[in-house]
Each structure stands twice: as structure tokens, then as C-alpha cells.
Design a protein around this ligand. Structure first.
Ligand SMILES: Cc1cc2nc3c(=O)[nH]c(=O)nc-3n(C[C@H](O)[C@H](O)[C@H](O)COP(=O)(O)OP(=O)(O)OC[C@H]3O[C@@H](n4cnc5c(N)ncnc54)[C@H](O)[C@@H]3O)c2cc1C
Ligand code: SF4
Length: 321
């Protein structure tokens, strides 16, 4: 690991005034320290956000929605009674992140902004995402890579909470040059075709301050299902978040989002629309999920993800019914 300066500013202004192109923001450090130790990033300055007041708050305003500060620990989200009751999909996604130790240290902001887990990226390979000359996954070990949305680079987005937040139609608040901008989750993350060196829209020095989730409708039910290779803590092979407004077992409105399949949390608006008005039954779900991911372009070793997506989607909708 290279030597670096370590700052603990007391305000966002102080953090941003001290930020330069060789700086990295530091929240829980569970990802950023791994990147330093593995020599994937070598910042000269780490700026820890933990002493900035207000970033670690969860606040619910009835009729409006829920605000979660970017420094809120993932374990606090998983355990929060109101989140468990009203935003179940987010509590379940948070609960599925890594291990209890990592959830106690890792923060929501860090979870959303963590870098991809592609083993070539994390290893000693000068790949395209590290400004190198090729993608080693294309003809290499690509069983965990994406099946859709990849272009020159085939990472999958690693955050479980991001998948749930997109399904909940959340917005991400970003402090930028003394102003706050609010961005829908879907616009926060970018594809390799937009910029192969970054995974989100953040510009140097911009800080995620908060996530806002609107008030759920009274008839909303939500769940998160995650398929992992090992029974213990692991990243998603495929995950699915479902936010459904329903009357008895008829779907009135649906927001389905998948993780583990694309470089960003993935949704299919046409599929969501087709679910409207459906009475949930095994036969109907078999039919509507049969055409899911028709546009997927799996690599040599990850075609198994397509039937997995269909089956997990069917399963979560049946659970909700
Ligand atoms: C063994 C292991 C297993 C894991 N399994 C899972 C899993 O199953 N699911 C899952 O979702 N994650 C998983 N993770 C990732 C883990 O959840 C993240 O490491 C953690 O959420 C990052 O949070 P942090 O606060 O420690 O971030 P840090 O490591 O401090 O930061 C991560 C990145 O985010 C940036 N950043 C942090 N906060 C902000 C902010 N407020 N504004 C702008 N940028 C910011 C940092 O600059 C850095 O680039 C795993 C990690 C490990 C090591
Ligand atoms: S998938 Fe992306 S991160 Fe992985 S080797 Fe290819 S270019 Fe690098």
C-alpha cells in the first residue's frame, strides 16, 4: 500500500475544499482499503466522511418518505423496524450484504459507490477498466460476468442495496460545488458504453449525502431474493427486487429490478408494464417470464443466468402473491 495523507473533515465544504484528483473519499473503508492493498488504486489522500454531522441519520416523514444519510451503516438499515415494515425490499437487500462484520462497518454511500468485483479488475491485469488494452473476461473466466448491458467491459454491479433502491424509485442526493443535486438511481449508475473507467456519474469531489425513498402506497408489498453460489455471505449471482402494488393477488403496478446480470441494476420497463393487471398464478408467471432477457448476450460461461433470472422472478412474484 502506498503512503497517504488521512483527513477527517468536519463539514462537506471542508472535505470538498481538500479534495484533489489524487484523493479518495473514505466511508467505512471496507472497499477502498482493499483497493489500496491490492494496488488497484493509489490515492495520495484519504478523506474520511465520518465526522461530518448529519450524514448518519435515518429520518421518516409520514406522507413524504424516508431519508437515509450516506454514512448510515448497512446493518442499521437491515435492522430498522420502519424500513423492515414499509420498505422490506431494502431491509432484505441490506441484510444480504456480505457478513455481519462488514455490514457493521460498511455504509450505504460506500455500498452504492463500491468498485466492481471482476477478478481481472481486482487482480494484476491491466484491463480496459484500468485504462489497459483489453478485457480479459471476454475469452477468460466469465461465469460471474454480465449477460446484458456490457460493451467492451462485462462487469456486474455489486451492490445489493442499489437494486432495491431502484425498485423503490429512490433518488440519490449529491453535494456538488456547494449545491445539492438529486438524481434517480437509474441515472446515477452508468454503463461501460458511457464511460468504461467509472461506474457512476460522480465527478471528482462530489459526495453522496443522502438517499430519498418516497412514501409507499398502502397496498405496496416488496421483497428481495438473492441467489448466491455459497450458502454463506457472498455477492449475488443473480438477485431480484420486486415492488408490487396489488389488490388481493392482482398486480396493479410492478417495479422489478435485477442484480448480478448487468453493469448497473437492470430493469425492463416493458416487462413491468406487462405485469399490470395480471392475476398472479404459476401458469401466468411461467408465460410472462418465458420471454425475459431475450436480448441477453451471455458470454461463454454465464448463459445459466438467463433461466436463473426467469425462475427467481417467478419465485418472488409467487411469494408476494
Ligand atoms: C468480502 C466482502 C463481501 C462483500 N459482499 C457484498 C455483498 O454481498 N453485497 C454487497 O452489496 N456488497 C458486498 N460487499 C461490499 C461491501 O458492502 C462494501 O465494501 C461496502 O458496502 C462499502 O462501504 P464502505 O462504507 O466501507 O465504503 P468505502 O470502502 O469507504 O468506499 C467505497 C467507495 O465509495 C466511495 N464513497 C464512499 N462514500 C461515499 C460518498 N458518501 N459519496 C461518494 N463516494 C463515496 C469511496 O470513495 C470508495 O470509492 C462485500 C465486500 C467484501 C469485502
Ligand atoms: S470485465 Fe471489465 S473489469 Fe473485468 S476484465 Fe473486462 S474490462 Fe476489466
Amino acid at each position: 500500500m502506498n503512503t497517504f495523507e488521512y483527513l477527517q473533515p468536519k463539514s462537506i465544504d471542508e472535505a470538498q475544499n481538500n479534495f484533489n484528483e489524487k484523493s479518495r473519499l473514505f466511508a467505512g473503508g471496507t472497499d477502498v482499503l482493499g483497493l489500496l492493498k491490492d494496488h488497484i488504486e493509489s490515492p495520495e489522500k484519504l478523506i474520511n466522511l465520518k465526522n461530518i454531522p448529519g450524514l448518519d441519520k435515518i429520518e421518516y416523514v409520514q406522507g413524504s418518505g424516508l431519508k437515509i444519510g450516506s454514512m448510515v451503516k448497512i446493518s442499521a438499515i437491515a435492522q430498522h423496524p420502519l424500513i423492515r415494515e414499509k420498505y422490506t425490499v431494502l431491509a432484505e437487500a441490506a441484510e444480504s450484504v456480505a457478513s455481519p462484520q462488514l455490514r457493521n462497518v460498511g455504509t450505504l454511500g460506500g455500498n452504492l459507490c463500491q468498485r466492481p468485483r471482476c477478478w481481472y479488475f481486482r487482480g494484476d491485469f491491466p484491463c480496459l477498466r484500468k485504462d489497459g488494452g483489453e478485457c480479459f473476461a471476454v475469452d477468460g473466466e466469465n461465469k460471474y460476468h454480465c449477460i446484458i448491458g456490457g460493451e467492451a467491459c462485462y462487469i456486474v454491479h455489486p451492490s445489493d442495496t442499489a437494486v432495491a433502491l431502484l425498485a423503490l424509485d429512490a433518488k440519490i442526493k449529491i453535494s456538488s460545488n456547494g449545491k445539492i443535486k438529486e438524481v434517480p438511481v437509474n441515472d446515477f449508475f452508468i454503463l461501460p458504453g458511457d464511460d468504461i473507467l467509472r461506474e457512476n456519474i460522480l465527478q471528482p469531489g462530489e459526495v453522496v449525502t443522502e438517499v430519498f425513498i418516497p412514501e409507499p402506497k398502502a397496498n405496496m408489498v416488496s421483497r428481495y431474493l438473492k441467489f448466491t453460489e455459497r450458502g454463506s455471505w457472498d455477492f449475488a449471482i443473480v438477485s431480484v427486487a420486486a415492488v408490487i402494488e396489488k389488490s388481493v393477488n392482482t398486480i396493479q403496478n410492478a417495479r422489478i429490478v435485477w442484480g448480478g446480470v448487468a453493469p448497473k441494476p437492470w430493469q425492463d420497463l416493458e416487462f413491468n408494464k406487462n405485469l399490470q393487471g395480471l392475476k398472479i398464478s404459476e401458469d401466468i408467471l411461467k408465460k410472462v417470464t418465458s420471454t425475459l432477457f431475450e436480448k441477453a448476450e451471455p458470454l461463454e460461461h454465464n448463459g445459466y443466468k438467463v433461466p436463473l433470472v426467469k425462475n427467481l422472478t417467478k419465485k418472488i412474484l409467487l411469494q408476494i402473491a
